[in-house]
Design a protein around this ligand. Structure first.
Ligand SMILES: Cc1cc2nc3c(=O)[nH]c(=O)nc-3n(C[C@H](O)[C@H](O)[C@H](O)COP(=O)(O)OP(=O)(O)OC[C@H]3O[C@@H](n4cnc5c(N)ncnc54)[C@H](O)[C@@H]3O)c2cc1C
Length: 454
C-alpha cells in the first residue's frame, strides 16, 4: 500500500500489529470478526476528507464506522479501510431554535444527555450505545416515533464528505436531492460529519416495561393490535417477547421466565398517563409492572446492561401493514421458543407522525406500514450461533407470508440486493440516479448498497 507511509491524521492510523488493532476493529455484533487493513480513527472532518481520499487513491473497499451497532457488521471490512468516526463527538444545542448539531460519530446516549439539559429530545433508538449516524441515515425508530416521526423526519441538515473528497451541506435549499437520499438511504452517499436535528419538548416520561407470562401472549397480542392504533400519539408502546434477565432488579420468581410484554413510554403530561396505562394494567396476568416517572435518558438506557458489545446477534426483520389473526398464532408459536434468554422479538408501531410524511418525500420507502418487526437471536457463546440463527430465520420465514415487501434496513443482515431493492420499492430508481451523481464509482459500497444507475 504505497500511500500508507504518508497517510497522517489528527487522529490515529491503526494497522494490524498495532496494540490497539483488535479493540479498534471489534464491532458490536461478535458474529463478525473482520480484519481491515487500515483503521482511520478520525478526529475531525479534515481527517474524514483525508481518509476518503486515501481509500480512493489506494482502491480500498471502505467502510464507515459510527457506533458499530450495525447487525450486518457493515462498520468494518476485511482487507480494506475503516473510516472510524468515534472522534467526531461534538454536540451543540440551540435551545431557542430547538435544534442540535451533532458529530457524525455521536452515540444516542450522548445526544440524549446533551438535549435533556434543556428539556428537549430528538427521536432516535432505544439503546444508548447505538450510533446516531447509522441509525439516523437508515430511518430511526424509537419511543418518540408516533408523536414526532422517524429520526430522518427530524433531520434539518447534514455536512457530508463525498466520494471525491469534497465537502457539501445538504438541506432543503442546498443539494436537496442529496438531502432527500440521506433520509433513509444509509451510508451510500458519503460520510456525514455532522447532523442537525430538530428537538422536541420531552423531559420526564412515564415509562418502563410490563411483562405477562408467555401463556398470556395470544390474548395480549390480539388485544394490543386492536388497542395500540387508538391510543394518543403521546404513547409509544411496542410489543415484545423476551426472557426476564437472570439478575436483580427482576424478582427471583420471574428470572429466566419467558414473557410477552409492552415497553411503554408516555411523553405527555404525566398526570394524563393514568387512564391509558390503566387499560394496559387491566390485561389479565400482569406479572411485572416497572412503569414509573423517569427522566427520558434514563429510559433510553434501561435496556443497555442486557446488550453490551460482544454478543453474537442474528437479525431478521419485516414490515407489516396489518397483523392478521393467523399471524398472531405464528408469532406466539415462535415467541414461546426464544432460544436463549437474550433473544427477542419487538414489534414497533410506525404510525402517527410517520404516516404524515409522503412516500416520495424522503428515501424511506414504507410510509404505509404499521409495524416494524425485529427478531434477534442473541447469545454471548459462539457455540450457540447456529441455534440462534436457525430460530431467527425460521421465525422470520414463518411470518413472511403476512409481511409487506422489504424490511427495515437498519435491522437487516446481508440479505442481498433484491431485498434492498424491494425495500426501497418505488424510491429505488431515484436513489440510484442520485447515487450516480454523488458516488458514480460506488466507492461507498460497504452498506445496504444502492448501485449507481447505469
Ligand atoms: C442493541 C441495538 C439496538 C438498536 N436499537 C435500534 C432502535 O431502537 N431503533 C432503530 O431504528 N435501530 C436500532 N438499532 C439498529 C441500528 O439503527 C443500526 O444498527 C445502525 O446501523 C446503527 O448505527 P451505528 O452508527 O451504530 O452503526 P455502524 O455499524 O457504525 O454503522 C452502520 C452503517 O451506517 C452508516 N453510517 C454510520 N454512521 C455514518 C455517518 N456518520 N455517515 C455516513 N454513514 C454512516 C455506514 O454505512 C455504516 O456501515 C439497534 C441496533 C442494536 C445493535
Amino acid at each position: 500500500m504505497p500511500g500508507l507511509e504518508t497517510f497522517r491524521l489528527h487522529g490515529d492510523v491503526i494497522t494490524p500489529g498495532d496494540a490497539e488493532y483488535d479493540t479498534a476493529r471489534a464491532v458490536h455484533n461478535a458474529w463478525f470478526d473482520k480484519r481491515p487493513a487500515v483503521i482511520a480513527r478520525c478526529a475531525d472532518a479534515d481527517d474524514v476528507v483525508a481518509a476518503v481520499n486515501f481509500g480512493r487513491a489506494e482502491g480500498l473497499p471502505t467502510a464507515i464506522r459510527g457506533g458499530s451497532h450495525n447487525g450486518a457488521g457493515l462498520a468494518s471490512v476485511d482487507d480494506g479501510l475503516v473510516i472510524d468516526l468515534s472522534g467526531l463527538r461534538s454536540i451543540r444545542v440551540d435551545r431557542e431554535a430547538k435544534v442540535a448539531t451533532i458529530g457524525g460519530g455521536c452515540l444516542l446516549g450522548e445526544v440524549d444527555a446533551a438535549t435533556h439539559e434543556f428539556g428537549l429530545a430528538t427521536p432516535a433508538g432505544i439503546i444508548s450505545t447505538t450510533g446516531a449516524g447509522g441509525l439516523i441515515l437508515g430511518g430511526g425508530i424509537g419511543h418518540l416515533t408516533r408523536k414526532y416521526g422517524l429520526s430522518i423526519d427530524n433531520l434539518v441538515a447534514a455536512e457530508v464528505v463525498l466520494a471525491d473528497g469534497s465537502v457539501v451541506t445538504a438541506d432543503q435549499n442546498q443539494n436537496d436531492d442529496l438531502f432527500w437520499a440521506l433520509r433513509g438511504g444509509g451510508g451510500n452517499f458519503g460520510v456525514v460529519t455532522s447532523f442537525t436535528v430538530r428537538l422536541h419538548p420531552v423531559s420526564t416520561v412515564v415509562a418502563g416495561p410490563m411483562f405477562w407470562p408467555i401463556e398470556h401472549a395470544p390474548d395480549l397480542l390480539r388485544w394490543y393490535l386492536d388497542w395500540q392504533p387508538s391510543t394518543p400519539e403521546e404513547l409509544g408502546a411496542f410489543f415484545l417477547f423476551h426472557t426476564v434477565p437472570p439478575a436483580p432488579p427482576f424478582p427471583d420468581e420471574l428470572q429466566l421466565k419467558k414473557v410477552a410484554g409492552l415497553a411503554v413510554c408516555w411523553t405527555g403530561d404525566p398526570a394524563d398517563a393514568t387512564e391509558v396505562l390503566a387499560q394496559v394494567r387491566a390485561q389479565p396476568g400482569l406479572a411485572l409492572d416497572a412503569v414509573a416517572e423517569v427522566p427520558f435518558p434514563g429510559f433510553q438506557s434501561a435496556f443497555d446492561p442486557i446488550y453490551p458489545a460482544g454478543d453474537h446477534w442474528y437479525w431478521r426483520t419485516a414490515f407489516f401493514n396489518e397483523v392478521p389473526d393467523e399471524a398472531v398464532d405464528v408469532n406466539v408459536e415462535w415467541g414461546e421458543r426464544l432460544p436463549t434468554w437474550k433473544s427477542l422479538m419487538h414489534l414497533y408501531p410506525i404510525d402517527g407522525a410517520v404516516h404524515r410524511v409522503g412516500q416520495a418525500d424522503t428515501a424511506w420507502p414504507v410510509r404505509d406500514a404499521r409495524y416494524a418487526q425485529v427478531i434477534c437471536g442473541v447469545d454471548p457463546d459462539p457455540a450457540n450461533a447456529e441455534t440462534i440463527k436457525a430460530w431467527a430465520v425460521d421465525y422470520s420465514d414463518a411470518v413472511r407470508p403476512y409481511s409487506a415487501a422489504g424490511a427495515y434496513l437498519n435491522f437487516m443482515m446481508d440479505e442481498g440486493q433484491e431485498r434492498v431493492q424491494a425495500t426501497y420499492g418505488p424510491n429505488y430508481a431515484r436513489l440510484a440516479a442520485i447515487k450516480r451523481r454523488y458516488d458514480p464509482d460506488n466507492f461507498f459500497h460497504v452498506n445496504q448498497n444502492i448501485r449507481p444507475a447505469g
